[in-house]
Design a protein around this ligand. Structure first.
Ligand SMILES: [Zn+2]
Length: 101
């Protein structure tokens, strides 16, 4: 059982692997940081804008997500979201956006 504590959009200062798609993203982009508690330990995961949009679209709810599984388990759906974001130049993330849960 994982509890999400907090999530915040940051501009990365170093490369981070997105937990949703497993892709290593270069520094200087917007990513969503999710701080969560699992088995009494606090840890942070990074999510790219495509995975954030994908999550919002498919509403995965409480489903367990493994590293990279958003992209690996549904490559067509994930790339469709990516293409749409890139074509429209949409930003699904906004800097400083913060949600306390
Ligand atoms: Zn991602």
């Amino acid at each position: 059982m994982t509890g999400f504590m907090r999530q915040k959009v940051v501009k990365t200062r170093e490369p981070h692997i997105c937990f949703g798609c497993g892709v290593k993203h270069e520094a200087g982009i917007l990513m969503l940081v999710v701080v969560s508690v699992d088995m009494g330990k606090i840890f942070s995961t990074y999510w790219c804008d495509v995975c954030d949009a994908y999550w919002g679209e498919y509403d995965l709810g409480e489903e367990d997500i493994d590293l990279g599984s958003l992209r690996l388990e549904d490559p067509a759906g994930w790339h469709a979201v990516e293409n749409r974001l890139r074509q429209k130049g949409e930003q699904s993330l906004m800097l400083g956006q913060e949600v306390k849960l």
